[in-house]
Ligand binder design. Structure first.
Ligand SMILES: [Zn+2]
Length: 495
């Protein structure tokens, strides 16, 4: 636990005087930008002034000594559906960003769909800014959307204005998104969008599944040709859902994106890669120097199709969770650098939309709620696969903070512990073991497949620009305390 040598009698979430003093955050395991080592972070006015030696505490500094607990950079989650404005029954800035804070996430980037209006023009972005006012507990940004319009023309004329208005990049779908106001794009529309983005440095993020293989497989299932049980179609079975979203849909979409990356030398990013079958071509593309980055999600690294019970629609997401061999291959790709980062794809909905009554995967809304659980879920996986704990902590910081910050254009400010960066810190007990309970979930609806999961690694405190926004050692059964004030700000991409 932190020992404050210069306790000045004010709570960590308090106000102004703290900015004029130097805070010294010390531990034997600080994950600095150069690697893990004993160090002291000297913090003033919300910034890291210096990464100093462990015993180099200035006489006037307020010491927070965290012993052997790990100090990591605040996490950056670049794939979050906050659904605000418009679908605040599903989620909202207040609940989502508090869940983030409790999980050590200090920056979230919101996806342009599921909110109403969808973030596909400047007016919608302004509505989002309005919705976030005084409701963001962590820093935030909003991706813009690139949409088609049922194949008759998209929003390519809005993109330049959205760039001007400050979005850090754009998201698009290559398959129906589930949201009517967010139409998917075809190859011709992708080309138009990439032509606008060329030279801007802003990435185009793509949901990489193509519709044709999914529509074909779904048709075959419903016709009783594919994936039947005793001659019947059973949509309560997870394997039926999995068969309806074949690897081929992802593989063909990734192949298309790689082709476009050759033509348009502008950053492309594949969100939530699930199929390991796409990895060989991604390895090749990256070796060839194409500007294509890849993310996967905790659910693909944690769950496996073999273990998902019938009717467990809280596990439905797209692309789907695949089998154990696929999960192992994703871990391998993460460890060898083919996959750059992990983002949650936190995508909640009201519980009744999960159709727990019927348990039918075809009727349930897709999306897994997991904001704030990325750190312990990925860390638990790392402890099983990486022997050297120090190396494991460095990888955690890279996948969950440094690389996502790079994608969002925040390098130099977020995602690392180095001089000049914001003092966004996570204090983590890497050895703590705990079981996820409802009280640990701070997002709006407590429907999550992680309930009951046994995890390693616990967030003890989260700091945003030097302010303690989460204190994870509450009393009386409360799992943790959130700062009563919302300190989050909207961030703009580096020029
Ligand atoms: Zn998503």
């Amino acid at each position: 636990m932190a020992q404050e040598a210069n306790q000045a009698g004010e709570g960590a979430a308090g106000g102004g005087w703290k900015h004029s003093v130097t805070w010294a955050f010390r531990s034997t395991r600080v994950v600095t930008a150069e690697g893990l080592r004993p160090a002291t972070l000297l913090v003033k006015s919300g910034r890291i002034e210096e990464v100093a030696a462990w015993d180099a505490i200035p006489a006037d500094a307020h010491l927070r000594d965290y012993g052997d607990f790990a100090i990591l950079p605040g996490l950056v989650d670049t794939h979050v559906h906050i659904n605000d404005p418009g679908r605040t029954l599903w989620e909202g800035f207040e609940t989502a960003t508090q869940a983030a804070a409790a999980g050590g996430v200090t920056t979230v980037v919101d996806m342009p769909l599921n909110s109403e209006p969808e973030t596909i023009n400047v007016a919608a972005l302004e509505a989002k800014r309005e919705a976030a006012t005084n409701k963001a507990w962590v820093d935030w940004m909003a991706w813009g959307g690139v949409v088609g319009n049922g194949g008759v023309g998209g929003n390519e004329n809005e993109l330049a204005e959205l760039i001007e208005a400050g979005v850090p990049g754009f998201k698009c779908f290559l398959i129906h998104s589930g949201i009517d106001g967010f139409a998917w794009v075809d190859e011709a529309q992708l080309r138009k969008a990439l032509a606008v983005l060329m030279g801007s440095g802003l990435p185009l993020l793509a949901h990489a599944e193509l519709a044709a293989p999914v529509d074909w497989a779904t048709g075959e299932i419903n016709a009783g040709v594919l994936c039947t049980y005793d001659g019947r179609v059973d949509w309560r079975r997870y394997w039926t859902y999995l068969a309806s979203r074949p690897d081929k849909a992802e593989v063909e979409a990734v192949a298309l994106l790689i082709r476009l990356a050759k033509e348009f030398p502008t950053p492309l990013h594949i969100v939530h890669l699930s199929s390991a079958e796409a990895l060989p071509m991604l390895r090749k593309a990256r070796k060839a120097g194409l500007k294509i980055s890849v993310e996967t999600c905790p659910q693909y690294l944690w769950f496996a199709a073999e273990d998902i019970p019938d009717g467990a629609t809280e596990c439905k997401c797209a692309p789907p969770i695949r089998d154990k061999a696929n999960r192992d291959a994703l871990w391998k790709a993460l460890l060898d650098g083919t996959i750059d980062m992990v983002a949650t794809d936190h995508s909640p909905c009201p519980p009744d939309m999960k159709q727990h009554g019927s348990g039918r995967f075809d009727e349930a809304w897709g999306g897994i709620a997991s904001l704030g659980l990325g750190l312990p879920v990925v860390w638990t996986g790392v402890t099983r696969r990486v022997k050297d704990q120090s190396r494991g902590l460095e990888l955690l910081a890279k996948w969950l903070a440094t690389e996502p910050a790079r994608l969002a254009g925040l390098t130099g400010r977020k995602g690392a512990l180095a001089a000049g960066y914001d003092a966004d810190l996570v204090i983590m007990d890497p050895d703590a073991e705990w079981t996820v309970a409802e009280a640990d979930l701070r997002f709006r609806h407590k429907v999550s497949p992680y309930r009951g999961a046994q995890l390693h690694g616990r967030v003890l405190e989260t700091y945003l620009r030097g302010e303690c926004i989460y204190w994870g050692r509450g009393e009386g059964g409360v799992r943790g305390v959130i700062d009563p004030k919302a300190h989050g700000r909207e961030l703009r991409r580096n020029p």
